[in-house]
Design a protein around this ligand. Sequence first.
Ligand code: HSE
Length: 285
Amino acid sequence: MLTVRAPATSANLGSGFDVFGVALGTPADVVRVERAPETTISVTGAGSQYIPEDPKKNTVGAVADALDAPARIRIDKGVRPSSGLGSSAASAAGAAVALNELYDRGLTREELVPIAAEGEALVSGEAHSDNVAPSLLGGFTVVADGGITQVDASIPVVACLPETTVSTRDARDVVPEHASLDDVVDTVGHAATLAVGMTRDDPELVGRGMADRIVTPERTALIEGYERVREAALEAGATGVTVSGAGPGILAVCRGSSRRDVAAAMLEAFDSVGIESRAYQTAVG
Ligand code: HSE
């Protein structure tokens, strides 16, 4: 039997819609595989009751098919579905790594990205790589022109996850089809600032560079309590706050010294609007 830990991820980071992604230290899925005549899947852990075990309906089944690697697959979910923390991507990435090794397929992590993304397409309707790429490669990833650029980065963050859910499909329906040149210029400036910040491990630049006035405002409307949580995190010292992926998770970038205060402020702000939440004090890495 082979065991792989696959980390949660945060896609977009505000200004990098469908382009940027980061791997997070916690939470993570654990995927165990052993060879079998045909693929079976069992799922335990966070939100497992919402995840189909039928290999034709599970991201991981699509990965096993793509690698021609039938297996008994057990997934222990640390990353809750519909969280904005790349839940299905973590399972798909973990299975891709595990099955590649189990069957000696010899593919590189980069070559596994499109395979894991196919699994993602099964649940989200589109094959995005902005979650599977960082889950497979770690650090900060940029998906552009069908290729991926990865840099190692170390940035303290808090990922705060309310007990509410937002489906990726719903969150994509509110994305505007057009943007003004002014808004595009503004977003490009912020995205570039963020990317430079990642290469310098600079939480100030990364936090500032997450600002986006095209997609994020439409999505925050789907997350009850977002504005209150954002303000609380900034007051507690976060350098930037945005929606994690399609939400409802909220990502706050911090200086290391403020992470604990930021987490406490975000939890309290959700609590003040009657929503339970949990905060992962973690880091891009
Ligand atoms: N970039 C995607 C989105 C991530 O925000 O819709 C979720 O798969």
